[in-house]
Design a protein around this ligand. Structure first.
Ligand code: KG4
Ligand code: ZN
Length: 336
């Protein structure tokens, strides 16, 4: 079954053709990041406009690269939630139009579920159940993936998402948006024990995260140093910050795995590209005898191939959109 998929939830306009949920025939991503960088973050109105301008050509390019026409496509899938509402609407309306014009079924896909599905492309043998750490710019979740479309949220962030925390800390250190990627690179050169930063926990909720205090600690540290005229070693601060975030993520994840008796760990979302997180997951999984799956780097960030993969499993479970499908800005991953 060949699915033409569309993603426009944030600042990437993407389309792909995926066969049977696992084989990527084409994947096109048009990033707007250069433009948003001027403003230090994603400007929703600009994102919507750019999606509207590029979606036709991105979809055409995906078909072209797969050497297929619409006649060869069996179904369409689109990210409908969660995300920037104006951005999502562009993809949803385009996909609805295509579905109406061609008579092909339209499959609604939850953005975070698709991040998890990136792993089905990178690892053909991977099947639920498994415990997944979903870490992106907008979300940080520990999710028990019971089946392809059946999930249970075990833990979540109470404030900032991990990616958001990386981006905000990077911004205070003068790095351009999205700073998480740059912070990760600079951290490779630093000593992660040089600065003492808090490792926040949420009282009574061992699987939940809280990153806003960590971000504030970095801001305070920088202000204090400035007032005292002290030099800050950027490499060391990046390394110490990254260590604190990764320790929080892995501590809760492995506690959940132990408590639930799960032996397969999966990571997903933009932050799963983080070098230290990948190394620590590998080290801890090897130590505990767990199996580990992380997406290949090209599938960690937003793309449409993962929407085609999850779309296939949503289709198999009977999740087909009606003509009244709408975009939804916030929606839990375990929605019914
Ligand atoms: O999943 P994603 O592409 O988009 C959302 O759904 O939000 O995640 C983007 C986030 C950004 O906050 C970005 O800074 C972060 O992922 N990110 C990283 C790394 N690569 C991307 N954070 C830390 N280290 C990285 N290597
Ligand atoms: Zn994403």
């Amino acid at each position: 079954m060949r699915i033409l998929s569309i993603e426009s939830s944030c600042d990437e306009t993407a389309a792909a053709v995926v066969e049977d949920g696992r084989r990527v025939l084409s994947s096109v991503v048009a990033s707007q990041v250069e433009e948003h960088r001027l403003y230090g973050g994603v400007v929703p109105e600009i994102a919507s406009r750019r999606h509207a301008e590029s979606i036709s050509s991105v979809v055409r390019e995906a078909l072209l690269q797969a050497d297929l026409t619409l006649a060869d496509i069996d179904a369409l899938s689109v990210t409908f939630a969660p995300g920037l509402i104006g951005a999502l609407l562009v993809g949803v309306n385009f996909a609805k139009g295509l579905s109406l014009a061609t008579g092909k079924p339209l499959i609604p896909v939850h953005h975070l579920r698709s991040h998890i599905a990136a792993n089905y492309i990178s690892h053909q043998e991977l099947k639920p159940p498994f415990l997944c750490l979903v870490v992106s710019g907008g979300h940080s979740h520990i999710v028990m993936v019971e089946d392809y479309t059946k999930m249970r949220v075990i833990g979540a962030t109470r404030d900032d998402a991990a990616g958001e925390a990386f981006d905000k800390a990077a911004r205070t250190m003068g790095m351009p948006y999205p700073g998480g990627i740059e912070l990760d690179k600079v951290a490779e050169l630093g000593d992660d024990k040089a600065y003492t930063l808090p490792h926040p926990t949420v009282a009574g909720s061992p699987y939940d995260f809280s990153f806003s205090g960590l971000k504030t600690a970095v801001i305070n540290l920088l202000h204090n140093a400035e007032q005292k005229g002290e030099e800050i070693c950027k490499e060391d601060l990046c390394a110490s910050f990254r260590r604190a975030v990764v320790d929080c993520l892995t501590t809760n994840l492995f506690k959940a795995a132990e408590d639930l008796g799960v032996k397969t760990i999966v990571a997903a979302g933009g932050v799963s590209a983080n070098r230290l997180l990948r190394r620590e997951l590998e080290r801890l999984c090897a130590e505990k005898g767990y199996e580990l799956y992380v997406p290949e780097l090209s599938l960690c960030g937003d793309n449409a191939a993962m929407v085609g993969s999850q779309g296939y499993y949503e289709f198999l479970s009977g999740n087909i959109a009606q003509t009244d499908l709408n975009a939804v800005a916030t929606l839990p991953i375990d929605y019914k």
